[in-house]
Design a protein around this ligand. Sequence first.
Ligand SMILES: Cc1ncc(COP(=O)(O)O)c(C=O)c1O
Length: 443
Amino acid sequence: MGANRDYERKTRRSKSLYGRALKVFAGGVSHNTRFYEPYPLFVKRARGKFIWDEDGNRYTDYWMGHTALILGHSPKIVVDRLEEQVRHGTLYGMGSSLSIQLAEEVQRSVPCAEMVRFCNSGAEATMYLIRLARAYVGRRTVVKIAGGWHGYNTQLNTAVHAPFAGSESAGILPEEQAHVVSIPFNDVSAAERVLGENEGDTALVFLEPVLGAGGCIPAEKEYLKTLRELTAKHDVLLAFDEIITGFRLALGGAQEYYGLKPDLASLGKIVGGGLPIGVVCGLEEIVSRADPRIRERAKFVSIGGGTFSENPPTMAAGLATLKYLRRNHGKVYSQLKKLGDELRRGVDGAFKEEGIEAHTTGASSLFMTHFAKESPRNAEESQRSNIALQKAYHLALMAGDGIFVLPGHLGAISTEHDAKDIAGFLKGASLFAAGAKRDHVGP
Ligand SMILES: Cc1ncc(COP(=O)(O)O)c(C=O)c1O
């Protein structure tokens, strides 16, 4: 298959910019996720469902700013508010009624969000969440999921990629991750075992309800329900990392989608309306421990969003987005789910037609195709699928069909996409499947 050759032919300026980028950024990128072989695309502009690269090629975008852009690129309602806001200040360095309104939107929609704190990235939010949980429970151990990605948070940068053990990074001390234990996703007995083994020392079970970077794999409903019961039984907090799923699966995120309320949650991405944000929220009893009026050192949890927290452009963009989603939630989420279902079903069908086993996992507007005999239930199984074929598929969609799915990563549909886009996607999948059959590749 000549996808690499076609890609290089089509993206000459990106190749040359990558050469320049290598001289200023380690590996040519500021976020490792954005690197793929032979070199990443460099984007010149974006609008609606499209991105244009530096060579002027247009792509229908399914990466959508790391899944943050549920309304597409630069939606008018956000741009208008931003234009107005930047004239009135970009950083007040103080709170504003805008930030209260955005927090109220979160409080109103997300079941566990009795109280909220804003920061500027998801990584920060997950770091603060752990601090709150450990302080509130008065114990050390945090249970995470193998393959769970929570940003470049020091403590949680463990067991993200195969072999799902040990630190992901040099420079992190073993003692910094000493009290983090990882368990396979969708495995009730592993959760029971770990909570039993760490009885009296576990503060928190922290997981993405849809494993994102770990393979876009939804939690089984029974699994989450059991985790809720188990954590309650062991007096351990349950927290959802809803940085991808928040305001994406439903207005109330995975909590609404699964009908379950955790004690704490981290949010990000969509809440910022395309600008940087992180949110830690949860039950008042827990989050209120961050109140700076608490004088008792042993009680007070020192977390704060930093210089740029509650910055007015993010607040304005986030507020415009969440208000739109609330006003239109019935239509938005049913349409996203419909398109997602069509895409998942159609892609698997296209590969099946050519005798190639493919399983497109995901929920609502999130999707990822795995080339494997069985649909993966956790990150280990996802990693055992044919990753090289998956990356070739994504590169071929880019090179041949003008469809951008970041190679090796999950895709996200926005409100800008329609049935025609999904039909185009399925056409691209069929073309690739026919080529893969000719080349005798498969899981
Ligand atoms: C589930 C999850 N948690 C946390 C993060 C980190 O968020 P940020 O990149 O804003 O630091 C991400 C980012 O992709 C994520 O997907």
